[in-house]
Every structure is written in structure tokens, then in C-alpha cells.
Design a protein around this ligand. Structure first.
Ligand SMILES: Nc1nc2c(ncn2[C@@H]2O[C@H](COP(=O)(O)OP(=O)(O)OP(=O)(O)O)[C@@H](O)[C@H]2O)c(=O)[nH]1
Ligand SMILES: [K+]
Ligand SMILES: [Mg+2]
Length: 438
């Protein structure tokens, strides 16, 4: 039995002018013929009445697009139905497709089939998922490059070089007694060291690609009434958090999303730090500290009309930004805990443009697009770290057999990233070209 023929709503849920149902699998042509009467010409938009296969009731007048295999997204026979985007239309056509023998797709099933049909590797599939999730322009660019194969090319290239090394090492083992070019064994070690340096340089990117994909967390911390919630609202441009003159207003962490020069940032407002008696406030302060510990950047807020408190001073650490709020009441001090604070007034807006520019600078430094093909996932990082460790092992290994084993393990680690784990198959191909007189 071949794969099931599947369908799913490819457009967003909810009412819209147009909704797109996507079909894929060997039963696509039959299903389209059943619903639309005949199969339209491939890759031409054709307007058709869609009927229920049992009742023959007309469900919609829709655009039908037919993509015979292999020239389709999944590589299988596929089709798109562009319906009027109402919930009853979508439900009616979905039911008709089930009556025609199709089943609803599982999450990711279309792209999974695309991968299984060899149309993209795992990194490109992940790039497509990231492209759909992208909230900012910088995220979109990074995701698009990955979807178009930037990482597949980079990691695939390393896999090819490792395979060639392995072929040489295997040849050395197999033909040890014969006349081999002098220094073949040494050359393996030297080349492996070069490759390891490249992988390590790629790993040593301070996690910028991963941060851009996931977004940055910036936490606002400070004493009660320092103006933290006022600052959050001013940066968000809306009244997201409650502001009041009563100390201890904020309890839960309040988050807003910001786009800082293309870097998605979650800005978190927290409860004011102090020795609290109220158990709810104590919990709020615990959450505030935890969020600040997790944050990529902490904004430590003091009010210019209050002396700096010890609780907040403890957060004046390297990497944190120190803010002096309420410059409309009193001027910002020259130094707070040895650091020059950024003077702002959340009330009048004084200094906020400069603060926003500084935040964007910090965000881009931590998550800006660094390389053309940056590392974007911890899954990739783990596998590449493993591959580099195997190469280090190879360089130290005393025996050719151990070196070959390390190469094979390193190749498997990289193969896990791209989904091309068939080491033996690649070896066959390379060995086929390896002319050593046998
Ligand atoms: N004059 C002046 N008042 C401010 C400024 N920013 C905030 N305030 C006032 O300070 C008081 C406390 O502001 P909030 O934003 O609630 O302070 P908070 O740090 O979130 O306080 P908690 O949630 O209680 O920890 C309110 O009355 C604000 O209107 C400012 O820049 N200038
Ligand atoms: K307050
Ligand atoms: Mg508050």
C-alpha cells in the first residue's frame, strides 16, 4: 500500500476571502476528478464547481490547481483548492474529501513527505517552519536563507569532505601493504584538523543565530515605584501594565513583544524588589528575580528622587543597563554603583529615543545576523559539537582503525543534522571513484 492521500487547510484559520486546501498523495487526481468533474490541465488555475461525491450538492465555486508528481511541493501528486474562505465552505469541502477517501494531514506531514522524497534536507525543512513563525524582517531573512539550503550546503559540504577523508583512511587500512602515496595517513589528520577548525569557528558565534530565531528576553528590574511599568508602557506604546503611585503594584510578570531593528524582543516588567510581607508580593518578587536570571539583558531601573536601594544595586552587573528614571523630577546622578546611568523620564519621554536606540544596538549585538549561514538551533549545535569532538579524537588516535571509527562517528553526527545518515551509501559512491588499482 502506498502512502495515504492527505489534505489540510494551508491558509490560516478563521474567516477570509480565500482559504486554500492542499492535497497530496496518489489519490489526488481521483479525488479532484470526483469533486470537480474532471482533472484540470497541470499547473493552470481552473474555476470549477466542487460537488459532494455522495449527495452531488454544490459546495463552492473554487479555483483548482493540479500539480502532478514530481513537480510539486511534496514531490507527490498534489493539488490546491482555493475556496471562498468561510468556515462552512471549508468544513463542507473537507467532508467531501474524506468521503472521497482522503484523510486530514498530521502536523508537518506535507513537509515530512517533501523531506522523504528528497526535495529538501532537515535544515531546509526547519527553515520553512522558521519562515512561517518569523515575526521580524531579520528572522525572515535568516529563515529564508536556511529554507533555500544555506545550511544544507554548509553541513552537506562538511559531510562530503568527511566522507572523502574516511575513504582515504579506509584505503590506507585496506591497502596498507601496497604502494600508497607517502604521507596519506598524515594528510588525513591534517585535513581533519582544518575541518575541525571550521566547525569550531561556526560554533563560536555566541549563539547569535539561535537567539535571533528564538528572540531575546529583556527584563526590567528595580525597586517599587521606580517606574518600571511606566517604562514598559512607554516602550510598548500602549498601557500593557498597571501604573499607580502605590508601591508594589506589579505582581505577575507582564510581557510585551518589541521589534528592535529586526530582532524580536520579549520585554518583561516585574514586581518591585523589596522585603515584602505579603505572600503574593513575595511570589511576585521571586518571579522577578527568576526572570532577570533568565534574561539576555537586564534593565536596572532607579528613580532619581529615591536613594539607590541595596536590593536593586545587587543587579548592577556587567552587561546590565542602568537607568535613572524620572529625570523630570531630579537630574540623573553621574554614577550609580560605579556605572553611568542612562537618564530617562517614562512620564515625559525624555531620553526614551536614545534608550530605544541603545536597546536595538544591544539586541543586534546579541542576535543580529552574523554569518551568511548562521547556526540556528541547539539540535545543530549539539551534533556539530559532537562532530568536532570526534575529529579531535581522530587527531589524537594512534591507529588507522581508530581514526576511521572517529571519522564514521563524526559523519553520523553531521548526517543527523541534515537527515542524511546513510554513511554506507555515500561511502559506496566515493569508493566507486577511488582508483587504487583494485
Ligand atoms: N514624575 C515622574 N513620575 C513617574 C515617572 N515614571 C513613573 N512615574 C510615576 O511613578 C509611580 C510608579 O510608577 P510605576 O510605573 O507603577 O512604577 P513600578 O516601578 O512599576 O512600581 P511597582 O510595580 O509598584 O514596583 C507612578 O505614580 C508613576 O506615574 C517619571 O518618569 N516621572
Ligand atoms: K507602583
Ligand atoms: Mg509596576
Amino acid at each position: 500500500m502506498g502512502p495515504a492521500t492527505i489534505f489540510a487547510l494551508a491558509s490560516g484559520a478563521g474567516r477570509a476571502a480565500v482559504a486554500v486546501l492542499r492535497l497530496s498523495g496518489p489519490g489526488t487526481a481521483a479525488a479532484i476528478s470526483t469533486l470537480a468533474g474532471t482533472l484540470p490541465a497541470p499547473r493552470h488555475a481552473s474555476l470549477r464547481r466542487l460537488r459532494h461525491p455522495h449527495s452531488a450538492e454544490v459546495l463552492d465555486r473554487a479555483l483548482v490547481l493540479w500539480f502532478p508528481a514530481p513537480a510539486s511541493y511534496t514531490g507527490e501528486d498534489s493539488a490546491e483548492l482555493h475556496l471562498h474562505g468561510g468556515p462552512a465552505v471549508i468544513a463542507g469541502v473537507a467532508e467531501a474529501l474524506v468521503a472521497a477517501g482522503l484523510r486530514p494531514a498530521e502536523p508537518g506531514e506535507f513537509t515530512r513527505r517533501t523531506f522523504l522524497n528528497g526535495k529538501l534536507d532537515l535544515t531546509a525543512a526547519e527553515g520553512i517552519a522558521d519562515l512561517i513563525a518569523a515575526e521580524t524582517a531579520a528572522q525572515r531573512r535568516q529563515a529564508l536563507r536556511q529554507a533555500e539550503g544555506a545550511l544544507a550546503t554548509l553541513y552537506g559540504g562538511w559531510a562530503v569532505r568527511l566522507t572523502a577523508l574516511l575513504a582515504r583512511q579506509e584505503a590506507f587500512i585496506e591497502f596498507e601493504d601496497e604502494d600508497l602515496p607517502a604521507g596519506l595517513d598524515d594528510a588525513v589528520t591534517t585535513t581533519a584538523a582544518v575541518l575541525r577548525a571550521e566547525i569550531q569557528a561556526h560554533l563560536a558565534d555566541a549563539g547569535r543565530g539561535e537567539r535571533l530565531r528564538e528572540g531575546l528576553l529583556v527584563a526590567i528590574l528595580g525597586a517599587p515605584n521606580a517606574g518600571k511599568s511606566s517604562l514598559l508602557n512607554a516602550l510598548a506604546g500602549r498601557e500593557a501594565a498597571i501604573v499607580s503611585a502605590r508601591a508594589g503594584t506589579t505582581r505577575d510578570v507582564v510581557e510585551v513583544r518589541l521589534d528592535l531593528d529586526g530582532v524580536p524582543v520579549t520585554l518583561a516588567d516585574t514586581a518591585g524588589l523589596r522585603e515584602a510581607a505579603d505572600e503574593i508580593e513575595v511570589e511576585g518578587i521571586r518571579r522577578a528575580r527568576r526572570r532577570a536570571e533568565e534574561a539576555d539583558l537586564v534593565l536596572v531601573v532607579f528613580a532619581t528622587d529615591q536613594p539607590p536601594d541595596a536590593e536593586t544595586m545587587a543587579w548592577v552587573r556587567p552587561g546590565a543597563l542602568v537607568l535613572a528614571n524620572k529625570t523630570d523630577v531630579a537630574p540623573a546622578p553621574a554614577l550609580v554603583g560605579g556605572v553611568v546611568p542612562i537618564g530617562i523620564s517614562a512620564r515625559t519621554g525624555d531620553g526614551l529615543a536614545a534608550l530605544r536606540a541603545r536597546l536595538a544596538e544591544e539586541a543586534v549585538a546579541r542576535a543580529g545576523v552574523a554569518a551568511a549561514a548562521p547556526l540556528t538551533r541547539s539540535r545543530h549545535r549539539a551534533a556539530l559539537t559532537e562532530a568536532a569532538a570526534w575529529l579531535a579524537e581522530l587527531e589524537a588516535a594512534p591507529l588507522p582503525e581508530l581514526r576511521a571509527e572517529a571519522l564514521r562517528a563524526g559523519l553520523r553526527a553531521i548526517g543527523r543534522i541534515t537527515g542524511h545518515v546513510g554513511v554506507e551509501a555515500v561511502l559506496d559512491a566515493v569508493f566507486g571513484e577511488f582508483c587504487i588499482g583494485k
